[in-house]
Design a protein around this ligand. Sequence first.
Ligand SMILES: Cc1cc2nc3c(=O)[nH]c(=O)nc-3n(C[C@H](O)[C@H](O)[C@H](O)COP(=O)(O)O)c2cc1C
Length: 196
Amino acid sequence: MLEDDLEMRRSVYALNDSLPISDDKLTELVEKCLLNCPTAFNSQSARLVILLGDKHKAYWQMVAEGLAKAAAPEKRDAALARLEQFAKAYGTIVFYEDTDVAEAMVEKYADYAKAMENWMQQSNAILEYMIWQCLAENKVGASLQHYGNLAEAAVKKSFELPSRWQWVAEMPFGEIAAPAGEKTFEPVEKRLKVLR
Ligand SMILES: Cc1cc2nc3c(=O)[nH]c(=O)nc-3n(C[C@H](O)[C@H](O)[C@H](O)COP(=O)(O)O)c2cc1C
């Protein structure tokens, strides 16, 4: 990855139900990210599910059902319309943390027990970023979403996922139908100090 490639990764919402790379290539790059992502004490607690085809559609249907129940009536239609764009994508990667691993790490490294949960979330976020960047470099559009809590139990039951996996985020992805919107930047001088 070159520094210029960093600008390729954006939140892309308008996605088509197709991919410029094969499913095998997609799986291979997600595997590489999973294997090479740094984790606190090398705990490797992240778990991923790649949803394609009907499974991807079923995921967003379950989320829509959860959202329909949870949303305030006056906000429901707009919220459900927003979800439709994700269902139109090619697939979704769902990010989880294995709470069995978290508990084992807390037991093993008791001095760091308070920090462990935070570190695991940080590591999961690094993994999200690695995958997002790799997708961008392969001209696959994606965004990071947080709706899965609305359907966590239904999704786990439907896809027979371990009950101890805790949902963290999901990333719908697909061919880029329209580029990301304009992005504004805070002045870097306000955000970075170089001290000598
Ligand atoms: C921790 C985190 C959580 C985010 N959650 C969401 C989200 O739930 N929905 C969404 O549309 N974008 C989400 N984003 C994307 C940000 O809105 C986006 O990265 C930011 O506006 C900058 O735009 P860019 O991704 O195109 O660079 C999230 C980003 C981060 C890092």
